[in-house]
Design a protein around this ligand. Structure first.
Ligand code: GTP
Ligand code: MG
Length: 334
């Protein structure tokens, strides 16, 4: 091995070590998990009393294995009506939560998904509640199941989410990507490694199936049988994070390609008919939702934010390739 290659290997080992220690720091503590569980059962009792006949489900990062410490809690209120008046329910929930002395209660009735947001004073936990968003509960299970197959997915996604928050490219209201989109990018990326680190669960014999409206959600969920799936691939976290940023900085075909976790590969923008701007949806970076296949998670990105996003991918790719202390520079606040 050349001296230069040897130095590069040593640097990568060091980089991986630093990333893994950051990963350990970001994992929520058992104490936090207990606090969240208590918070949720209190909320369930409140809703049983005030909105009988409804049920609460957790979704998002508090159940999908991609929640770092101190993340918020996403809750879905399930009501037994085909088309409930979501805005009315959100306003009603806001009144209930205010009477229960919750802080900063806000009813966001005009959002694409209407929600009520609030903070519990005792624990400082922030929570969002939406109505009948069953798909989000199902896609949280899909993400959770992928995370059980190979620990490198959770490690990679923690690094990418942490980087995106620090660099301010994790905000759909400002035209950048949601955490959900970043996790899908990580799953897709690991499906593409050779040998692959993750399979494509939706292309396998379904062992789990639910129908949400007209959408059939089906995939292989007996993931405990897939624990060795990625064993032939020995790539470390440092190598994977480097390759991830290199892919999004230099290799992805933004003009023609759609990444698709559902098929475990790429689709063309043409076949999805995502070539034209319709309304505010521009499809400048295309990430297919695994179940709502007409839904591009990149639709929120506009002509300004795509520049910012791609500049951040390039910066990250350069930092991990050339910086003397990449782990420090990479996560520097924007
Ligand atoms: P953090 O809160 O940043 O830790 O991450 P999170 O995993 O909770 O992600 P986020 O807040 O982006 O979204 C919460 C959940 O909502 C996700 O896990 C998805 O289940 C769901 N979700 C978010 N955006 C979309 C979307 O555009 N379409 C669908 N179908 N579901 C979404
Ligand atoms: Mg969340």
């Amino acid at each position: 091995m050349h001296r230069r290659d040897l130095l590069y290997r040593l640097d990568l080992q060091n980089f991986t070590r630093e990333l893994l220690s950051l990963y350990d720091e970001l994992i929520p503590t058992e104490e936090e998990e207990v606090r969240r569980r208590k918070f949720f059962s209190k909320l369930e009792s409140l809703f049983e009393r005030e909105l009988p006949g409804t049920r609460l489900f957790l979704f998002g990062s508090c159940v999908n294995a991609f929640g770092v410490c101190n993340s918020d809690i996403d809750v879905c209120l399930s009501v037994d009506e085909e088309e409930p008046n979501k805005i009315e329910l959100v306003v009603q929930m806001a009144t209930i939560l205010e009477s229960d002395a919750m802080l900063n209660v806000q009813a966001l009735t005009h959002a694409r998904v209407p929600i009520v947001k609030f903070t519990e004073p005792a624990t400082g936990i922030s929570c969002d509640i939406c109505v009948n968003n069953t798909l989000a509960v199902v896609n949280s299970k899909l993400l959770h199941d992928y995370a059980q197959i190979d620990v490198r997915l959770r490690q990679l996604a923690f690094m990418v989410k942490h980087w995106a928050k620090r660099r301010q490219v994790n905000d759909t209201y400002r035209g950048t990507l949601s955490s959900y989109a970043y996790v899908l990018m990580c799953i897709h990326f690991l499906q593409q490694r050779r040998p692959p680190i993750l399979p494509c669960l939706q292309e396998m014999r379904p062992t789990y199936e639910v129908k949400v409206g007209s959408i059939r959600c089906a995939y292989y969920d007996q993931v405990e049988t897939l624990r060795d799936f990625g064993a032939d691939n020995k790539e470390t976290l440092g190598e994977l994070l480097t390759a991830f940023f290199d892919y999004w900085a230099c290799q992805h075909d933004y003009n023609h390609s759609v990444i698709s976790v559902r098929t475990g590969g790429y689709l063309s923008k043409n076949e999805k008919e995502w070539t034209r701007r319709i309304g505010n949806e521009r499809h400048l970076i295309c990430i297919e939702d695994p179940f709502e296949v007409t839904h591009d998670l990149g639709r929120v990105v506009d002509k300004h934010s795509i520049k910012a996003l791609r500049a951040e991918f390039s910066r990250a790719a350069n930092v991990v390739a050339f910086d003397f202390n990449p782990w420090a520079t990479l996560f520097e606040p924007y």
